[in-house]
Ligand binder design. Structure first.
Ligand SMILES: [Zn+2]
Length: 60
């Protein structure tokens, strides 16, 4: 296991956002995915059409 500086509990969420961030939007031709908030949840949304690509939430 590699040494981690970050909290393991939140590392997966952050990594998922990082993986998706910067990718071309699958919905429109000229959008790019960026980190944002969708319906008060962390998400990756298109900067052009604002389509959320993924939503992350903590179970309550
Ligand atoms: Zn788009």
């Amino acid at each position: 296991m590699a040494r981690s500086e970050t909290s393991p509990a939140h590392d997966d969420d952050r990594q998922l956002l990082t993986i998706l961030e910067g990718r071309p939007c699958p919905t429109c031709s000229d959008g790019e995915l960026e980190r944002g908030v969708y319906k008060d949840k962390r998400a990756v949304v298109c900067d052009s059409c604002e389509t959320p690509r993924v939503q992350l939430w903590t179970p309550s």
